[in-house]
Each structure stands twice: as C-alpha cells, then as structure tokens.
Design a protein around this ligand. Structure first.
Ligand code: ATP
Length: 283
C-alpha cells in the first residue's frame, strides 16, 4: 500500500508556478526525503499533502484520503498523521510538559508525554517556559509534538534546523527507531548527510519539477561514478580518477610492496551529486 500517491500536482501563486506537475508514490514504511533548493516547491507540496494548502490540479491521496476534501478523512485521518512544520505555532506562556500534555489530548493513541520528551532530549526542560527555550530546543519540542500522537505517517519539514551536531545524531536515531516501529516518513531537508543517513529514497525537486527519484546511493549515477584514489608518494600526494579503484590499489600495493601510504578511495558524496544536478538547472 502507498501511504502517499500524487499525480500531476500543480500549484501557482499568481505568476509564480511553485509546483508544475509533481508525481510521487511513497510506500508504507519508507523514509522518503524531498531535496531541493530554496523556493523549489517542497513546502508547497508537503503542505498540500497535509491539507493546509489548496492545489490547482492533480490527484492526491494520503493514507487513502484526499486531503483537499473537507471532512473526507476528518479527525480520524488527522489522528493517523504527525506534522512538524517549518515554523511552529507560538505557545510562549506554557511550559514544555504542559504543551506536550495538551497536544496528547488531541489523539486517540498518544505516546506518554514524559517518554516523548526523553526521546527528543528535552526531559530536563520539562518545566521550562517555551519562550525561554533556545532555538534548537524549540525545534526539538516541535518534533515532540509531531510524534506525540503515534502517527502512521510523519511529515518532517526541515526538522533539524538549528540542532547542534549531537542533537542531530540523537534525532536520527529517534527517526530510525520510528521507522523500525513501522512509521512512514516524508522528510524535507537541506542537509544531504541527513538524507543519506535516513532516507530509503530521495527525490530532487527544482523549480517545481522532480528531476530524479532514487536511493541516496544511486542518485545521479553516483554508484557507478568514478572513484578517486589518493596516496602519498615521497613528499607528494597523488590522485587518480578511475572506474576500477581495485585495480589501481592492486597496482599500488605491488609498487609499494605492502601498505600504501595515506591511501584513500572516495566517491562523490550525495552533496556533490546533488549540487551537480541542481547546478545544471539553477543559477
Ligand atoms: P525552502 O527550501 O526555502 O523552504 P521550498 O522548496 O519549501 O523552499 P516553497 O515554500 O514551496 O519552496 O515555495 C515555492 C515558491 O512559491 C517560491 O518561489 C515561493 O516564493 C512561492 N510561494 C510559497 N508560498 C507562497 C505564498 N503563500 N504566496 C506566494 N508565493 C508563495
């Protein structure tokens, strides 16, 4: 079963054609990442799927319902969905635990507020007022509110913006755990390492159109792209680009008669590939 099915989605704001014909199929249990530069149409697409924006054309099914049709899925549909928006609502005068408690009341199968705060690393801030949280702590609270309802499908729009590196790693572990529990996840992110660590598949969207859908390992021909072998020869670092790094290493091994000094074999990172893809069509 596909949790998300989109065909020919279009949306314009006046003269701005934000989404120009997007197709997506996301099976249950997958972590799917939407990648693209600022203004590519990611948030517009995601918010149409969440039922927060109208569309001009196309077919959309989210957990079997069309989010556009008022009352079609209704409360039962919302109950199965978790959302972390790009900019969260303000609730400055409540404490962290009050807010999480309050949100848990909206769902039929909420997680325990204490456990969710622990999962996002906010247990020590439980009694703090939201307006006194740092930016990254505030974002962690957004994530807590997204998962409090034990959603089947979780939307994460740039969830780790403002996280320190340790918090990001902890967040990745949390997302992997949610996937392990069967949660399907649609993620938008500008962090390519995050997409690589989490996503089963990624779509690159630019100027309202999807350029490619693939696994992070295979995007843009990455898996078959040339490797670069580098090593030290005397006081020089030498490099060689090759389709057959094993044969280069075998040759060097024979040449050095064993350990090859400072040997590295690298392939383009997801970010290298992504920037090449975007660079071809973006200024
Ligand atoms: P970012 O990475 O910066 O979040 P994005 O890929 O999420 O970007 P969108 O927010 O979907 O991009 O915006 C796509 C285009 O639509 C942009 O050109 C943006 O300026 C425009 N746009 C988005 N929302 C509106 C709106 N409410 N009114 C008018 N134009 C809008």
């Amino acid at each position: 079963m596909n949790v998300i099915e989109v065909k020919g989605l279009k949306k314009s704001y006046g003269q701005v054609h934000a989404v120009r014909g997007v197709d997506l199929s996301i099976p249950a249990g997958e972590i799917f990442a939407l990648l693209g530069p600022n203004g590519a149409g990611k948030t517009t697409t995601v918010e149409i799927l969440e039922g927060f924006r109208s569309r001009d054309a196309g077919e959309v099914s989210v957990l079997g319902f069309d989010p556009k049709v008022q009352g079609h899925g209704g409360r039962q549909w919302r109950d199965r969905i978790g959302i972390v928006l790009q900019s969260a609502a303000d609730a400055g005068d409540l404490t962290v635990i009050e807010t999480v408690d309050h949100f848990s009341g909206y769902y039929s199968k909420p997680r325990k507020p204490d456990e969710v705060l622990a999962a996002v690393g906010l247990e020590e801030k439980s009694g703090a007022l939201i307006r006194n949280l740092s930016g990254g702590q505030r974002r962690r609270l957004d994530v807590a509110l997204g998962i409090i309802g034990s959603p089947e499908l979780l939307f994460l729009d740039e969830p780790t913006t403002g996280f320190d590196p340790e918090a990001r790693r902890a967040f990745w572990a949390l997302i992997q755990q949610l996937r392990g529990d069967g949660t399907s996840i649609l993620l938008t992110t500008h962090y390519l390492d995050e997409a690589e660590a989490l996503a089963d598949r990624v779509a690159v969207i630019n100027d309202g159109l999807i350029i490619e859908v693939s696994t992070p390992a295979e995007l843009g021909g990455r898996a078959t792209s040339q490797a670069v072998v580098s090593w030290r020869d005397g006081n020089q670092i030498k490099t060689e680009a090759t389709d057959n790094p094993t044969s280069v290493v075998t040759r060097l091994n024979a040449h050095f008669g064993g350990e090859i000094p400072e040997l590295t074999v690298t392939r383009p990172s997801l970010e290298d590939i992504y920037l090449t893809m975007i660079g071809g069509v973006h200024e």
